[in-house]
Design a protein around this ligand. Structure first.
Ligand code: APR
Length: 244
């Protein structure tokens, strides 16, 4: 497939499913998950902070890490890639679905509505005792751990950690959308983490077109229809604005 054909397929598609990963937020200044940790956190591997075991062993350290990331994403802004995807959603209406592995909330802040956050959200906390999900206070006044507004138990970050299951309804909705999609867009994900990465293959298996936007080759590349080798903003612009 050529870029020209990829653009045409996307323009003609009635149903479009999008999967985004850390690369979609890179241009907002949020480091990708597998980038080196910096400063105080350089001595930790993300895998050793983002796990139920780490939280059980040392909830204070885990909360301090998430509180810092929460503060960082609050200060970040959606970038052109988030805005282009929100525009595509307005064009396709109910034929659009977006599943993100990002926990930064930037798709919603760019106006995205038909979306699921497969790995949770940094700006909310979840009560392990009664299941309540509540927004965190303003980052300036927030001191973890937050207390549950319903039962007062300490809350945990509302993040899906390594070894945990994805929210069932969100994954079901995403799987259906990718199975039914005429075109799937895979933006800024290394495709290493399942089941999210498997969504791209659902569309392929059902005979749809799958287009990747990523400056680098990924684990998914060999299985996809076409790859735009560029950063998310420019790659999406090339697919959506053929005359520019
Ligand atoms: N535009 C597009 N893609 C980019 C950009 C950019 N500006 N910069 C980097 N990338 C690509 C990289 O080439 C890489 O393939 O983004 C991808 C980021 O990969 P990861 O850091 O592995 O992030 P992601 O795929 O989102 O990870 C999935 O793994 O650790 C878990 O829960 C965590 O949600 C995360 C999941």
């Amino acid at each position: 497939m050529t870029l020209e054909q990829a653009r045409a397929a996307l323009a003609a598609a009635r149903r479009v499913a999008v999967l985004t990963g850390a690369g979609a937020s890179a241009e907002s200044g949020i480091p990708t998950f597998r980038d080196a940790q910096t400063g105080h956190w350089a001595r930790f591997r993300p895998e050793d902070l983002a796990s139920p075991d780490a939280y059980r062993r040392d909830p204070e350290t885990v909360w301090a890490w998430y509180a810092g990331r929460y503060r960082d994403v609050t200060q970040a802004q959606p970038n052109e890639a988030h805005h282009l995807l929100a525009r595509l959603e307005r064009e396709k209406g109910d034929g659009f679905f977006l599943a993100t592995q990002n926990v930064d909330g930037l798709h919603a802040r760019a106006g995205g509505e038909r979306l699921v956050e497969l790995h949770g959200n940094l700006s909310t906390a979840r009560c392990e005792t009664c299941g309540t999900v509540a927004p965190l206070p303003d980052p300036e006044t927030f001191t973890p751990p937050p207390g549950c507004p319903v039962c007062a138990a300490p809350m945990r970050p509302n993040i899906v950690w390594f070894g945990e299951f994805l929210p069932e309804l969100a994954l079901e909705a995403a799987t259906r959308a990718f199975e039914e999609a005429d075109v799937a867009l895979i933006v800024g994900t290394s495709g290493q983490v399942y089941p999210a990465a498997g969504l791209a293959l659902e569309t392929r298996r059902a005979g749809g077109v799958v287009i990747e936007v990523n400056p680098d080759e990924t684990e998914l590349t060999p299985y996809l229809t076409y790859s735009v080798r560029d950063v998310a903003s420019r790659g999406l612009l090339a697919l959506l604005d053929p005359t520019d």
